[in-house]
Design a protein around this ligand. Sequence first.
Ligand code: NAP
Ligand code: G4F
Length: 334
Amino acid sequence: MTKERALITGITGQDGSYLAEFLIGRGYEVFGVVRRSSSVSSERVAHLAEQVTFIQADLLDQTSLINALRQARPREVYNLAAQSFVPTSWHQPVLTGEFTALGVTRMLEALRAVDRDMRFYQASSSEMFGNPPESPQDETTPFHPRSPYGVAKVYGHHITVNYRESYGLFACSGILFNHESPRRGVEFVSRKITQGVAKIKLGMAKELVLGNLDARRDWGFAGEYVEAMWQMLQQDEPDDYVVASGIAHSVADLVRIAFEFVHLEWQEFVKVDDSLFRPAEVDHLIGNSSKARRKLGWQPKVSFPELIAMMVDQDIFRLRKGLPLYAAVALAES
Ligand code: NAP
Ligand code: G4F
């Protein structure tokens, strides 16, 4: 039987690695877009190297995207690539716009040029809500982004909807709230905390320096959020969905639970540095994913404390074994 084919941009990132695993598990032939770099950035997918076909292309280069689609001929295209770190978007606003906003149009144009029947998933973000007028946020909540990243994602969302309405493409926008994992980038607050706690526990660090502890987010486990992406592309009609746990916690809660897991008092180790506060903060996000639960049958299973425990546990395991930062570790190993 011929395998279904899927192409993932951003396959070397957190979500790309989980989505590739998930699709391979469902019998897909997976193609992954990687950009040229002088050093290899494929730690997260090293364990999948034999099962994925990597294609060199870049969101900045239209021709490379067209050629990637011509080579892979996928049924499903998952556009996960982006400049995804909010603070960097203030330092590199134009580049963030090029990758995270215009990159979406380049992908959609590539799809239009090669095969309009391909199904398209756009990785939209709860950062689009920014300072929202209502709580919790759902698919109808107006956007009020608070960073160049959030603004770029609003563009990516609207252009996806626009191409669906203009050209009849099967294009979906998944508005995902924060999702974390042991493969999360170390600059994001969850992993910065769990790695910091692991280092302190092992005597490799003495303190953990953070910014705004009062910010609240709706955090879930990336490994199960990628399933919602796939489910969106299996529906009869394309649509947009919020994917969230429906529970918000503060950064301070995350800190407390992570330190409790290793039986340490967080107050003895955590310092707040004002320079880590953002020019404009997103104070409180909480998602209402009832549409995804109803129509996709999706629902999260891993709780917030379980997620933090998993991340601290694996950070301790990696540090003890001297494993790379993003190496996939089987849960049973750690
Ligand atoms: P991530 O770990 O930062 O991964 C980003 C990926 O994009 C990497 O594979 C990176 O490749 C690739 N990339 C960046 N610029 C590129 C370019 N010019 N051409 C080709 N590839 C490029 O992000 P993530 O957490 O997996 O998130 C996946 C997507 O979901 C992103 O679009 C993000 O904005 C969005 N999102 C994430 C969350 C979340 O909580 N994680 C929530 C909502 C939405 P390199 O390895 O070469 O850098
Ligand atoms: O972990 P963060 O950097 O994630 P943020 O800004 O919410 O963005 C992430 O989630 C979005 C979905 O809503 C994605 F679209 C986006 O790509 C990314 O994956 O920061 C979370 C909160 C912020 O309020 C920040 O001010 O944590 C606060 N924080 C406090 N101290 C910190 C720190 N954030 C970071 N990165 N580092 C700190 O030391």
